[in-house]
Design a protein. Structure first.
Ligand SMILES: Nc1ncnc2c1ncn2[C@@H]1O[C@H](COP(=O)(O)OP(=O)(O)O)[C@@H](O)[C@H]1O
Ligand SMILES: N[C@@H](CCC(=O)OP(=O)(O)O)C(=O)O
Length: 369
C-alpha cells in the first residue's frame, strides 16, 4: 500500500502555491488558509512534525499596494513580497494559534543552501524549531534575492528543504488535484496516480502555470519530485483543497515513489540549488583522481580557469574536452587561481605562504555528476 509512505512519515514538508492562497479578488483566502492549517494540525496531532513552505508573498502584496497583477520588474515584485510576506505570516500565526500551535518564519536565499556555514545554520534553525514544537513557515527571501541568486520557484526550494531536514515525505499542494497526462484543461486528460520511475512520465505534456499568480506550473513540481526522489523522499502532487485527504493517506493526487537512497548532506543542494559562477578545467590525471579516487582537487591538476567567483562560490569542474564532471565549492577566488595552476602544494606554500596550501575544492564539497 504505497500511501503508507505518507501515513508513516514522521517529518513532512508541505508546500503550498500562491494560487491556492489567494481568492479571485486577489486578497488572501483566509478560509483556504484555515482549511490547510486544519489539515496540518490534524497530522501534527497524530505525532508528525511539519515544515510548511508557503508561496504567496508577492500575490498577497498586490492588493495592499493597489497593483492589479503581478508586476514584471523585480524591484516591484520585491516590494510586493515585503508587504505580502508579513500579511501571510500573520494569517498563518492566527490560524495555527486556533490549534494551539506557533509558527516561525524562515526566509532562505540560494546562498543559504550552497555555502557551508549558511547550510549548517539553516538546517540547525529548522530542526530546532521542529524540536520546540513550532511549525516553520519557509519562503524564499524574495525582497533581497537578486535575479542571479533567486530560486524563483518554491517547488524546488521545498524539495531542497525536505532534503535539508531529512523529511520522510514531501507534499506539493497546488490548484490542480494531480499530474495529468496533458494540461488538465484539455478534454480527456487523465490523472497519473503513481510515478515509480521517469519512464512513467514519458509522453506526458506539462505546461506552465494555469493561474495568474503561480509561477512554475507543473514543470517545477516534476523537477521538485525528481530532486526529492533523488534524496530518497517520496512526494505527492495534489491540490490544497485535498490537503486533509493526502495527509490522511488517501489515494489522491500523484504519488512519486522514491528509491531508498539518501545522498550525503549538502551535495544534493550543490547540484540542484546553485548556479556555477565559473569553471575549472582539469587535466586527465586530476579528473581520474577526483572522479575515481574521490580525492580533493589540488592546483597542480588544473589547466584553465574561467568565470568570476569568490572563495566559497560554486564552480563546475570539467575535463579538457569540456565535459562537466562535477560541481564544487571553491576555496580560492578567480583572481587568485591563475597564478597557482600547475603548482604543487609545497611550491605554493613556499612562494605564497601557508594559506595557499589549501586544496582548491575539498572532496566533501564536490558533487560528482
Ligand atoms: N500535465 C499537467 N498536469 C497538471 N497540471 C498541469 C499540467 N501542465 C500544466 N499544469 C498546470 O500547472 C498548474 C499548477 O502550477 P502553478 O500555477 O505554478 O501552481 P502553484 O502556484 O500552486 O505552484 C495547474 O493549474 C495547471 O494548469
Ligand atoms: N516566493 C514567491 C513564490 C514563488 C513561487 O514558486 O510561487 P508558486 O508557483 O505559487 O509556488 C512568493 O512568495 O511570492
Amino acid at each position: 500500500m504505497p500511501r503508507e509512505l505518507i501515513t508513516r512519515a514522521g517529518r513532512i514538508v508541505v508546500k503550498v502555491g500562491s494560487s491556492s492562497l489567494t481568492g479571485a479578488d486577489g486578497d488572501l483566502d483566509l478560509a483556504a488558509i484555515d482549511r490547510l492549517v486544519g489539515a496540518i494540525a490534524a497530522r501534527r496531532a497524530a505525532g508528525a512534525q511539519v515544515v510548511l513552505v508557503s508561496s504567496g508573498a508577492i500575490a498577497a502584496g498586490l492588493n495592499p499596494l493597489g497593483l492589479s497583477r503581478r508586476p514584471r520588474d523585480l524591484a516591484t515584485q520585491q516590494a510586493a513580497a515585503a508587504v505580502g510576506q508579513g500579511a501571510l505570516v500573520a494569517a498563518y500565526t492566527a490560524a495555527f494559534a486556533d490549534h494551539g500551535a506557533r509558527v516561525g518564519q524562515v526566509l532562505l536565499t540560494e546562498m543559504d543552501v550552497t555555502r557551508r556555514s549558511h547550510y549548517v545554520n539553516a538546517r540547525r534553525t529548522l530542526v530546532r524549531l521542529l524540536h520546540l514544537g513550532v511549525v516553520p513557515v519557509v519562503n524564499e527571501n524574495d525582497s533581497v534575492a537578486t535575479q542571479e541568486i533567486r530560486f524563483g520557484d518554491n517547488d524546488r526550494l521545498a524539495a531542497l528543504v525536505a532534503h535539508l531536514v531529512k523529511a520522510d515525505a514531501l507534499v506539493l499542494l497546488s490548484d490542480v488535484d494531480a499530474v495529468y497526462d496533458g494540461p488538465p484543461t484539455r478534454p480527456g486528460a487523465r490523472r497519473i496516480p503513481v510515478v515509480a520511475s521517469p519512464a512513467d512520465l514519458e509522453g506526458i505534456v506539462v505546461a506552465g502555470s494555469g493561474s495568474s499568480v503561480g509561477t512554475g506550473g507543473m514543470t517545477t513540481k516534476l523537477e521538485a519530485a525528481r530532486i526529492a526522489a533523488g534524496a530518497g523522499i517520496p512526494a505527492v502532487v495534489t491540490s490544497a483543497a485535498l490537503a486533509g485527504e493526502v495527509l490522511a493517506g488517501e489515494e489522491v493526487g500523484t504519488l512519486f515513489t522514491a528509491a531508498p537512497v539518501r545522498p550525503r548532506g549538502r551535495l544534493l543542494w550543490l547540484q540542484h540549488a546553485s548556479d556555477a559562477k565559473g569553471q575549472l578545467v582539469l587535466d586527465a590525471g586530476a579528473v581520474a583522481a577526483v572522479v575515481q579516487r574521490r580525492t580533493s582537487l589540488l592546483p597542480a591538476g588544473i589547466v584553465a580557469v574561467s568565470g568570476s567567483f569568490d572563495e566559497g562560490d560554486a564552480v563546475d569542474v570539467a575535463d579538457e574536452a569540456g565535459r562537466v564532471v562535477g560541481r564544487g565549492l571553491v576555496n580560492y577566488a578567480s583572481t587568485e587561481l591563475p597564478a597557482m595552476l600547475g603548482k604543487s602544494t609545497r611550491q605554493l606554500g613556499e612562494a605564497l605562504g601557508e594559506h595557499y596550501r589549501r586544496v582548491v575544492i575539498h572532496r566533501d564539497d564536490l558533487a560528482l555528476l
